[in-house]
Write a protein that binds this ligand. Structure first.
Ligand code: ADP
Length: 588
């Protein structure tokens, strides 16, 4: 077994990996950026090294620097977590090429084969696994796409070869949309994944997202740990995940599990991985393989009792999986809630800020994966996840009841969170019945309901609204019985947080984030990456027009003009990194 492992990641997953190392008697090395000097994962590790400035491209993505630290620190393995370099076959290859450092993940060749979606589709097809109808070669000609539209019938999806999380995917509903969609999928692929190659798939209208966790060792043993249901999604991003799926019967479950196993075996894969499928009308179709540990691996651990990260390390060290497929038993039901610093009432816009209060729930059936503590600052440099709350019960019904209890006792103040959204879901008939598809939230979620949920269960974000009254809470005892008494300062509370939704200065996705400096300059409200620029010099824009799309904390934000005017200068281009306060566009 390894003696010292470098974890090339941050936040909860870095701590999760270090916890597994600790249990195996392995020393841990953290890397961190300037923005993370006081971060939880740094504190947790036995040793820590600064690898550069806040932007991930200068620190967590700096391949040479990370390998250099691994060697200097005398580590014998690198675990990449998820995100950052986790699915980067080039990085894996560089680690493999070192003398003493082992890559905790699949071989770089298998990562390359399965990471390119068209190659993965070919491999799966050859292994006899049904794939979503589509191409196994990249396409770049609109005519070719139109022919495919004709063949499969619209809608179709144009997907970036390197894409993920719904990014780099464009849905095309008619021939007329092909040209624009092709261009923008290529552009997003290039901007996000450095790869403008795209392919075409039939777009399923209302599928379930079902994925199978696999573990494989270097001795040709491949096991699956059952499926996860990640159908509850917002704009193709997972928000709640669970195991097992409420939508599969025993036959389909066994079939999908075997298909995943077969496909992975065929690709010469080792270590942990996830095979993703779409399921519609009792049919399943392979979508892609994620060649890494996933955010939602936790729910599989809870229902199987198998520590996936521990096995990642053991398998990478050459050990053989010690359990057979028949040994894997699914017991109970587990659901993961992503607790993000986002405002559900404002289109889930990220809300960085101080964790003034942070009191997570405890007690039976509750697991919390996080790397934060009360008093920490949730910064704007990385994604918006604060914690993962994982709740496990005897069956789904029990798990849902337990989830209500846990979320009710999750107390966060200082930033908005997704907790009110989760609580809303626990009262949602379709979710509770397990009948939701990947389209459910985008089609059915009602903004007014979200507003009410945030009103009812939301935190008091440290907001600039200035409409919060100051309150004092004191405890009094009357006849020995305790009462908590709230003393307000007499000012009336504005309803619904008091913010007018479109009134002021424009903002993200048509809501109230002031994004605009007063005098003609439209500035970035937070550090991020320019995804696209919608205007050029000399254009006339009207109030509310989108001038560019800014990605911050992994969310896309439309930046809109607060007034009408003529575009005077556009100092940015797609792919640029911008800091908070940087000028994006100036208007005359
Ligand atoms: P990832 O699983 O890495 O986030 P994708 O971007 O490929 O990768 O897919 C994200 C989500 O987009 C899926 O979970 C699903 O909801 C949706 N999706 C992808 N491909 C299709 C398709 N062909 N038809 C319908 N929905 C799709």
């Amino acid at each position: 077994m390894f003696e010292k492992v470098l974890v090339a990641n941050r936040g909860e997953i870095a701590v999760r990996v270090m916890a597994a190392c600790e249990e195996l008697g392995i020393e841990t090395v953290a890397v961190y950026s300037d923005a993370d000097r006081n971060a939880g994962h740094v504190d947790y590790a036995d040793e820590a090294y600064n690898v550069g400035p806040a932007p991930a491209s200068d620190s967590y993505l700096d391949q040479e620097e990370i390998i250099d630290v691994a060697e200097r620190a005398g580590t014998d393995a690198i675990h990449p977590g998820y995100g950052f370099l986790a699915e980067n076959a080039e990085f894996a290859r560089k680690v493999e090429a070192t003398d003493d450092v082992t890559w905790v993940g699949p071989p770089s060749d298998a990562m390359e084969t399965l990471g390119e979606k068209t190659k993965a589709r070919t491999v799966m097809q050859e292994a006899g696994v049904p794939v979503v109808p589509g191409t196994t070669e990249p396409v770049d000609d609109p005519d070719q796409v139109r022919d495919l539209g004709e063949e499969f019938g619209y809608p179709i999806a144009i997907k970036a070869e390197g894409g993920g999380g719904g990014r780099g995917m464009k849905i095309v509903r008619s021939e007329a949309e092909v040209e624009d969609a092709l261009e923008s999928a290529q552009r997003e692929g290039e901007a996000y994944f450095g790869n403008d190659s795209v392919y075409v798939e039939k777009y399923l209208e209302a599928p379930k997202h079902i994925e199978v966790q696999v573990l494989a060792d270097e001795h040709r043993n491949v096991r699956h740990l059952g499926e996860r249901d990640c159908s509850l999604q917002r704009r193709h991003q997972k928000v709640i995940e669970e195991a097992p799926s409420p939508a599969l019967d025993a036959d389909l479950r066994a079939e999908i599990g075997e298909a995943a196993r077969q496909g992975v075996r065929e690709a010469g894969y080792t270590n942990a991985g996830t095979v993703e499928f779409l399921v519609e009308d009792g049919e399943f179709y392979f979508m892609e393989v994620n060649t890494r540990i996933q955010v939602e691996h936790t729910v599989s651990e809870e229902v199987t009792g198998i520590d996936i990260v521990r096995w990642q390390l053991r398998v990478a060290a050459g050990e053989e999986l010690a359990f057979s497929q028949d040994d894997v038993e699914i017991d109970g039901h587990s659901i993961e809630y992503r607790i993000n610093a986002e405002d559900p009432a404002n289109d889930f816009a990220p809300t960085p800020g101080p964790l003034e209060t942070y009191k997570p729930p405890t007690s039976i059936g509750v697991r919390l994966d996080h790397a934060v503590a009360q008093g920490d600052e949730i910064g704007g440099d990385y994604d918006s996840m604060i914690a993962k709350l994982i709740v496990t019960g005897e069956d789904r019904e029990h798990c849902l009841a337990r989830s209500k209890r846990a979320l009710d006792h999750f107390d966060v103040e200082g930033v908005h969170t997704t907790i009110p959204f989760h609580r809303l879901m626990l009262d949602d008939e379709t979710f509770v019945a397990g009948e939701h598809t990947t389209k459910y939230l985008d089609q059915e979620l009602d903004d007014d309901e979200l507003d009410r949920a945030v009103d009812r269960w939301g935190s008091e974000a440290a907001s600039a609204d200035g409409d919060q009254t100051s309150t004092d809470e004191i405890a009094v005892e009357v006849d020995g019985k305790r009462f908590d008494v709230v003393i307000e300062d007499g000012l009336p509370r504005a309803p619904n947080g008091g913010a007018t939704s479109d009134g002021s200065a424009g903002g993200s996705s048509g809501s109230g984030n002031p994004n605009v400096a007063a005098a003609g300059a439209i500035t970035a409200e937070m550090q991020g990456t320019i995804l696209s620029v919608e205007v050029e010099e000399g254009d006339e824009v009207a109030q509310g027009d989108v001038v560019c799309v800014l990605e911050a904390m992994k969310m896309e934000n439309d930046v809109v003009a607060s007034t009408s005017g003529t575009v005077d200068a556009v100092p940015i281009a797609a792919g640029d990194s911008v800091d908070m306060g940087d000028t994006l566009v100036t208007l005359e």
